[in-house]
Design a protein around this ligand. Structure first.
Ligand code: ATP
Ligand code: MG
Length: 454
């Protein structure tokens, strides 16, 4: 195993000053897996003020928890003093932390065996809990007694699900059992931390690992709407799974992007509440997309998601079932519904949704999506108008040249012109549009509406 030069030089600098130091945690795990660690955490017997004295350039990252960041050529490395976490009072945070000079005690406080290994460039691996063996067997297992560890910090239950999804590992039997028994204590964890772990799970290489969170009773606490989906069969030839299993499959079919994965997670969230069964016993879910948008907004707000993500996800959910006809006019209209910014993602959502359905009409569905993608590309290539700003006239032109008074009528007329141009891009010429605008201007608002909707 190879530790970067800057990291080993930090370790040796600490040791020359008379302290011990190791790399620890996620980076050791990733090194053993042959993956490139995304950061290098160093743990040491030196206390924070000693670390600061040894290195000239440091940043106080979390002094209370013993973390100092050392800068080496503009690159920051976190150094944390060996630590014992005191009693946990609120199921989340230790009342106090104390420093120790014993590495063993520091490793004991860590969550899972695969995260509780230390490594030294000369002395090699320190693996007190069988972490290397669990890495080989593909297991997430608590250090020590799982129930005790989860009662200290309930977030660890979701971390278990997240690491199992990221690494493609199973959760060890006793650790599973403890999560199942203690799942309701996830309530004490803030919505932000829950969202953070949920998003990491969704963005992992096994986003369907969220199934563990359902099986173990965690989603029942923070996403009960998803549990209803897992319990909702879809007796319909287009489907092969329950709503929940369809959602999990669709997650694996879409690119690892927060907006896309969140959209797949929530796209059918309203199906259980919108389900009807016809006289032939076939299930239908009319209006689930619009109702789903509102449910998704509530859920995302509850999870303290940022507005930008909420707006994008909700718009994609609202339109995820839109099936434009296979003509350019129809695709242009679809773009105006979904929005130009999100239309490429809408196509990705539809493809993932389709791939998680039954094989029924699979070939035809795929061909239709390919066709829509091709028509969309032609529309872009030909720079056809998709919104009012793309029209060959603007409000100023209409006022000056067509005698339209500024006001609400102006907006209506611009919309009516866009409607015409969406049907027939050839109309997007200045003179033609001015003529049309003059005609509209001489009609009443009501008949104008009728004209536009023709
Ligand atoms: P990654 O950064 O790749 O998501 P990581 O293992 O580095 O994974 P972090 O959350 O950065 O995870 O935490 C660093 C280390 O600190 C972990 O490997 C683990 O040893 C320890 N740790 C972090 N959070 C907890 C916790 N809630 N309870 C116990 N130990 C923890
Ligand atoms: Mg980390």
């Amino acid at each position: 195993m190879e530790v970067p030069g800057k990291v080993s030089s930090i370790i040796y600098t600490l040791e020359k000053a008379g302290y011990e130091a190791y790399v620890v945690g996620g980076c050791v795990r990733d090194m053993l897996l042959g993956r490139e660690p995304h950061d290098w955490d160093i743990t040491t017997s030196a206390k924070p003020d000693q670390i600061k004295r040894i290195f000239g350039k440091t940043i106080d990252t979390g002094l209370k928890h013993g973390t100092v960041t050392v800068m080496v050529d503009h690159e920051g490395f976190e150094i944390t003093t060996y630590r014992i976490d005191g009693d946990y009072e609120d199921g989340r945070h230790p009342k106090e932390v104390s420093f120790t000079s014993d590495l063993t005690q520091d490793l004991c406080r860590r969550d899972f065996t695969v995260n509780a290994m230390a490594y030294h460039p000369a002395r090699g691996l320190v693996d007190l809990f069988g972490g290397e063996e669990d890495l080989k067997r593909g297991l997430i297992r608590c250090v020590g007694d799982p129930a005790e560890r989860f009662s200290e910090d309930a977030l660890r239950m979701l971390r278990a699900v997240r690491f199992s999804a990221q690494l493609g590992f199973d959760i060890h039997g006793e650790t599973r059992k403890a999560v199942r028994e203690m799942a309701d204590t996830i309530r004490v964890v803030s919505a932000e931390r829950i969202r953070e772990e949920l998003v990491k799970t969704l963005l992992s290489s096994h986003p369907d690992g969220l199934r563990n969170a359902y099986d173990l009773g965690l989603t029942a606490m923070f996403l009960p709407e998803f549990d209803r989906c897992m319990e909702c069969p879809q007796n319909n030839p287009h489907h092969a799974y329950t709503v929940g299993e369809h959602i999990l499959h669709s997650l694996t079919q879409v690119r690892a992007d927060e907006i896309l994965r969140m959209t797949m997670l929530l796209h059918d969230i309203a199906k259980p509440v919108m389900k009807t069964t016809d006289e032939n016993g076939i299930d239908h879910f009319r209006m689930h997309a619009v109702v789903g948008r509102d449910m998704a907004e509530k859920i995302l707000r509850r999870l303290k998601t940022d507005n930008k993500t909420i707006h994008a996800v909700c718009r994609l959910i609202e339109w995820h079932d839109l099936r434009p006809g296979l003509t350019k006019a129809s695709v242009r209209r679809a773009v105006t519904c979904v929005g130009e910014d999100l239309f490429p993602m809408y196509m990705e959502v539809r493809r993932a949704d389709m791939l998680a359905q039954s094989d029924y009409y699979r070939k035809e569905k795929e061909a239709a999506l390919d066709q829509i993608a091709q028509l969309y590309q032609e529309i872009l290539n030909q720079k056809e108008a998709l919104s009012i700003k793309d029209l060959a006239v603007n409000g100023y032109d209409l006022a000056e040249e067509a005698g339209i008074a500024p006001g609400p009528m102006m907006g209506e007329i611009l919309n009516a012109l866009l409607e015409q141009v969406l049907d027939d891009p050839a109309l997007n010429e200045r003179e033609t549009l001015l003529e049309l605008a003059k005609r509209y201007g001489s009609q009443s608002g009501l008949s104008l509406g009728a004209e536009a909707k023709r």
